[in-house]
Ligand binder design. Structure first.
Ligand code: NAD
Ligand code: DAU
Length: 356
C-alpha cells in the first residue's frame, strides 16, 4: 500500500471528482490533505463540495481555482502543498460539445495533461514515493459490434474529438512512464452515473426533462449500448489503484452492465413515475427519437477482470439501487440543479437542442 500524503485532484469540482473527494473523506481512513485544483468551467461547481469544505476546509481540504493549462499556477500549487500524488480528472468531458466545439478539448485534455506531467516531472525530480494517476475513458477503444469486450490490450481507435483528445493524453502519460520513469497508473472507465452529474449527460438529461415535462431526446434508433457504473464504484476502483496499482499499468473499470439507451430511458420513466406517483405514460409519451449524434459509437462493453483479479476490486451497487438513489437525489437536490442550470448551461442547451 502506498503512503499518500498531499494529493492534488484535478477536476475535483466536476461530477466524478467531487464524488471522489467525498468518497475519500467519508469512506476511507485517509488522513492527509486533498487539494482540489479546478478552473470551474461550466461543469465545475464548488457548491457540490459545500459539506466537505465545512467539515475539512483549511485542515485537510483545500480548493485552488487554477487552469491545468497554466504552468505557473500548477507549479505554485505543487510547491505550496508539497504534493506527492496527482489524481488527474480535469477534462472537457461531453462528446456532444466536442463535436460542436473541439478546441477546448484539445487545449485542456491534451495540452493541459502535458502541462501537468511536465510540472510534476520538474517538481518531483526524484520519483520515490510519488504517483500520477490518470483517469481516462473506455471511449479511447472505439466502438464494438454485437460481440466482444474492450480489454487493456484493445488497440486505441477513438472516433470523436473528445475520445481522440483523451487517447492522446493517455499516450502522453504512458510516454512519461517509459521515457522518464515517472510513476504513473491509469484507468479507463465506462459510463458513470450518480449524484452531481451535470444535466447534459444521458441520465440526468432524462430525469430533468421528465421533471420539467420536456421531450426526452433519444439519439438515432436508441439501440446504442453503454456499460453503466455507479460513480462511487468508479471512485472505489480509482482509490484501489492509487493505493495498490502497479506503476506503468492500465486498469479497465466497468459495471458489467450493458443497456440499450432506449431500454434505459424506459426504465428511468418507470422509476420516476414510481417516485412522483404520476402515470407511467405521462413520462413515456415524452420519449422523442431525434437526429443521431455524428460518429455515434454503437456499443461499449468493458472487460474489467484485471482490476478484479489483481487488486480485488468489485462493484457494490446494483443498477436498480444505483438508479433509484440517483433519481431520488435529483428529485431532492433542487437547489443544486437550479444553481448549475443557469446562464451558460441554458444557453448551450437551447442552441444545441433546438435543432434536434
Ligand atoms: P465533468 O465535466 O463533470 O468535470 C470536469 C471538471 O474539470 C470540471 O470541474 C471542470 O471545471 C474541470 N476542468 C475542465 N477544464 C479544466 C482546466 N483547463 N483546468 C482545470 N480544471 C478544468 O467531468 P466528469 O464526468 O466528472 O469526468 C471527469 C474525468 O473522468 C474526465 O477526465 C473524463 O474524461 C473521465 N471519465 C468520465 C466518465 C463519465 O462517465 N463521466 C467515464 C470515464 C472517464
Ligand atoms: O464511456 C465513458 C464516457 O461516457 C465518458 O468518457 C464521457 O465523459 C461521458 O460523457 C460518457 O460519454 P457518452 O457519450 O457515452 O455519454 P452521454 O451521456 O452523452 O450519452 C450516453 C448515450 O446516450 C450515448 O449513446 C448517446 C445517448 N444520448 C445522450 C444524450 C445526452 C441520447 O440518446 N440522448 C441524449 O440526450
Amino acid at each position: 500500500m502506498r503512503k499518500l500524503t498531499n494529493i492534488v485532484i484535478t477536476g475535483g469540482a466536476g461530477f466524478i471528482g467531487s464524488n471522489l473527494i467525498r468518497y475519500i473523506f467519508e469512506k476511507t481512513d485517509f488522513s492527509g490533505k486533498i487539494i482540489n485544483l479546478d478552473v470551474l468551467t461550466y461543469a465545475g461547481n464548488p457548491y457540490s463540495l459545500d459539506d466537505i469544505d465545512k467539515k475539512f476546509g483549511g485542515s485537510q481540504y483545500f480548493f485552488e481555482k487554477a487552469d491545468i493549462r497554466d504552468r505557473k499556477a500548477v507549479d505554485a500549487i505543487l510547491v505550496k502543498y508539497d504534493v506527492d500524488t496527482i489524481i488527474h480528472l480535469a477534462a472537457e468531458s461531453h462528446v456532444d460539445r466536442s463535436i460542436t466545439g473541439p478546441e477546448e478539448f484539445i487545449t485542456t485534455n491534451i495540452n493541459g495533461t502535458f502541462n501537468l506531467l511536465e510540472a510534476a516531472k520538474n517538481y518531483w525530480k526524484d520519483f520515490e514515493g510519488k504517483l500520477f494517476h490518470h483517469v481516462s475513458t473506455d471511449e479511447v477503444y472505439g466502438s464494438l459490434g454485437d460481440e466482444g469486450f474492450f480489454t487493456e490490450d484493445t488497440p486505441y481507435d477513438p472516433r470523436s474529438p473528445y475520445s481522440a483528445a483523451k487517447a492522446s493524453s493517455d499516450h502522453l502519460v504512458m510516454a512519461y512512464f517509459h521515457t522518464y520513469g515517472m510513476p504513473i497508473t491509469m484507468s479507463n472507465c465506462s459510463n458513470n452515473y450518480g449524484p452531481y452529474q451535470f444535466p447534459e449527460k444521458l441520465i440526468p438529461v432524462m430525469i430533468e426533462n421528465m421533471l420539467t415535462e420536456k421531450a426526452l431526446p433519444v439519439y438515432g434508433d436508441g439501440k446504442n449500448i453503454r456499460d453503466w457504473l455507479y460513480v462511487e464504484d468508479h471512485n472505489s476502483a480509482v482509490w484501489t489503484i492509487v493505493n495498490n496499482g502497479k506503476t506503468g499499468r492500465t486498469y479497465n473499470i466497468g459495471g458489467e452492465n450493458e443497456w440499450e439507451n432506449i431500454k434505459l430511458v424506459n426504465s428511468l420513466c418507470e422509476i420516476v413515475a414510481k417516485e412522483t406517483g404520476k402515470e407511467l405514460n405521462y413520462y413515456k409519451k415524452l420519449i422523442t427519437f431525434v437526429k443521431d449524434r455524428p460518429g455515434h459509437d454503437r456499443r461499449y462493453a468493458i472487460d474489467c477482470s484485471r482490476i478484479k483479479k489483481e487488486l480485488d476490486w468489485k462493484q457494490t451497487y446494483s443498477f436498480d439501487s444505483g438508479l433509484s438513489e440517483t433519481v431520488k437525489w435529483y428529485l431532492t437536490e433542487r437547489s443544486w440543479i437550479e444553481n448549475v442550470k443557469s446562464g451558460e448551461y441554458l444557453k448551450w442547451m437551447e442552441e444545441n437542442y433546438s435543432e434536434r
